[in-house]
Write a protein that binds this ligand. Sequence first.
Ligand SMILES: Cc1cc2nc3c(=O)[nH]c(=O)nc-3n(C[C@H](O)[C@H](O)[C@H](O)COP(=O)(O)O)c2cc1C
Length: 186
Amino acid sequence: MKHLIIYSHLNPASFTKAIVDVVAQKATAQGEEVRIIDLYSDKFNPVLEMPDIEFMFMGKEIPNDVAHYQEMITWADHLTIVYPMWWAQMPAMLKGFIDRVFSHGFAFQITENGPVGLLKGKTAQVYMNTNHPSEYYAETLMHKAQLRVIEQGVFEFCGIQTETTFFGNVISGTDELRKSYLESIK
Ligand SMILES: Cc1cc2nc3c(=O)[nH]c(=O)nc-3n(C[C@H](O)[C@H](O)[C@H](O)COP(=O)(O)O)c2cc1C
């Protein structure tokens, strides 16, 4: 299996990066081919600009960075996406990656019968870290809101079958809690 890990974090000592390391180790041990997109190290430009729109809708040339990341997504059978919740949403860096890379004509197509996902057959696992407790976010439907956005609104919209795991109390919790989260991935 070809496994692409995409993550958004500025800090190599973050829990997000710890998850990435565990997922990569496990996948490699299972004989999967693993590639990693570290959006901060790549200095990805998350701002959708005119050349992106000209590429998507006006038949102009694809921006080089977008072409590079689309090739990686085409290559992958499975995506793992890891990020912290910031202000009840994904970080702007990841949002910009989706805006620019999951483009019309590549990830989805608008047809007379409505939108069609073009990335069918791929699967995704999302890991989202929060500092609020998971119980609180489950009760207040924040988790449901996240699933609506990230699964229904983004990956499944593109035809990618997606599962999401939430890790709560990531800052306030104990080392044992964080270790148990990493163990649950292993
Ligand atoms: C700008 C910013 C906004 C945040 N917003 C939220 C939030 O809305 N809900 C929440 O539970 N935690 C929030 N947090 C806490 C992060 O989710 C927490 O730092 C992260 O899950 C810890 O994992 P990490 O080590 O991978 O960053 C926020 C943190 C930052 C820096």
